[in-house]
Structures are given as structure tokens and as C-alpha cells.
Design a binder for this molecule. Sequence first.
Ligand SMILES: [Zn+2]
Length: 356
Amino acid sequence: MPVVGFHQARRPRQSPGARLRREFSWPRPGGVLISFVGAALVVGGALGLADSPGQAAAPDPAISTVLRTTPDASLKPSPPAPLSTLVTTDTPAPFLRSSPSASTSAVPKLSVSGGSAAPLTPVATPPAPAIKGAAESSPAHKLFTSGASVPSDQSLLNIFNPNSPLVLVNKHHPLAPVTYSPSDLVVPAVPVGSGEPGLLRAEAAQAAERMFAAAATQGVHLTLLSSYRSYDTQMGLYNSYVVNKGTAAADTTSARPGFSEHQSGLAIDIGDAGASTACEFHSCFAETAGAQWVAAHAQEHGFVVRYVPGSESTTGYLAEPWHLRYVGVAVAEDMLVRGFHSYEEYLGLPGAPGYK
Ligand SMILES: [Zn+2]
């Protein structure tokens, strides 16, 4: 109102016709000023309403007075611009505070929804990496190309990388080099059997600790019977089998040095403290609570029972319900869900029944 009054007081006397012509001429400096103030106050009112979505904004008397007393079409408020183009800071300009409720403290930080002035451009999503060495039609390949649990170090997505939890070790694929030894071996904090405390790679050790603890909460007390074995240790073990049983029989129960999963630091042999030790490393271990528990739950901790009945021609080994291999939770659970009984089949690769 002060603006209108000031404008009218300074206007010189004119005839009614001249005044009418002047009223409808353009531009009218006073009208422009009033239009700006009116639009600003309307915008301020709109912002006050947006700031308090749960409360209806009271009409500003200043705005309604201006609009009622100025019939000029140029004073009609134009539609408020989108908030995203108006509000770019947390603190509105003073003229936008149309009511006491629109104080700075009452103004929430408005997100700039609806886009910025810059045109939107699609974000290029790089294709998920494949797992090297696995067949492209394999479930393993599909798992990782779908983006599941892709490691930050993508060199680990290689079944021939001995440092990868995905490494394939069988009678066709020895560790490379055959004398490989992991650099991150630790002693897992789990109950051990009659032997010495074992060693595992750090990731597998933590998974084993979680698995043993989970079993214990359900009354199953697993023991660790064997874990990492070096190339030299495996050499001695295999040779002892050869001496006692002959090469053919030894190859069904013990890996040659460089061909053992135990040398990867990712495999364990387990016992059951609640069962007879007579079944350790024997087929009757399958009847123990420990064997049945890991058959149902090992995958939850990233382990699989590596050599199961019926897969001898694929894995090259008789069933070993005590031998678990760490492959990570994503693979272990995917293998179980899809019903695969051997890692070779899951990778879409031929079986390895014997050495080449
Ligand atoms: Zn084993």
C-alpha cells in the first residue's frame, strides 16, 4: 500500500481521458514496481506454504490489499516459478519471508527435486565383470554378471588366481605355482581336534569362526581337524598314502602336492566333538550331527561340502562329508539354491576324475 500511495501522490493532475489512456499504456514504471512486489510476495507466500506442508498458509493481508486495489491486468500474479529454480540456499532472501512462521529456523532444507537447469544426461552403467575361467553359460558367470558381490579387486574374479576365494583346485587344475603358499594365513579361533591348531587365510578363518560359533548355539560342537597344508606337508601325506595303498587308491583319497584345496588355505576338515572320533575322516561321519549341520548351514558362512556322494566322477574324490571349502557366501548359497553338487559343474567346466 505505501507504494501505491506514493505513486498516486506524485502523479500530476490529468484529464480523465488522458488518465485512462495512461492507465492502459505500457510500460508503467509504477505498475512494474507493484507487479514485482506483488509477485515477490505471492512467491513468498508460496514458499511459506511449501515450508510448512502440514499447515495452511494464512493469506498475507498485504498481498490481498495490493491485488484488490490495483485492477491493472499487469498486476495479476503470474504463476510461481518452480521451487527448484527459486530456492538454491538454505536461507531465503528477507523479502521472501512473508510471515513470522517463515523464519530461517522454520525453513527445512529443500531438496532440489525436479531437476536442475542443466539437461539430464543418462549415467552410463559399466557392465558387471564376468568371472574369468568359468563358462559363459554357467551359473557362476551369471551370478557375477548380475553384479552380486563383485570384489573391489576384480583380479580376484578369476578361478585360476590362487589368491582368489573362487580358485578352482582339482586334478586338472593345480595351484599356480604348484608351490603356492598364501600370504595371509592366521590361526582361526575355533576348537581343534587332537591335532595342532590350524592355519587358514584370513577371510576363511573369520568365516570358520562364525560358522563354528553358529553351530555351537544350536548344540553342535564342531572341531577343526585339518586346514592349511603346505606343498611339502601335502607331499609327505600323499606319499604315505601311496606307500600304504598304492598310487591308484591314494589318488581317490589324497591330493598330490599342488593339487590340494588345503594348500589354498581355504579348506578345512571338521570333526564333531559330540560324536565318536572313530568316524573322523571316515564315511560314517556323514551320520553325525556335525556333518548334517554343515550340510544344511555351511553355505550361510561361505563354505560348501566339496565332495558329496554321486559326484565322484566329477570331483575325482570319494565323498568327504568332513571336507569344507570356502568360496564366499554368494557362491555357496547360489550353488545350494540352484542344486549344484560340485564346484566344477557350477563353473560350467568338465569334471576332473583323474590326473591328465
Ligand atoms: Zn580335506
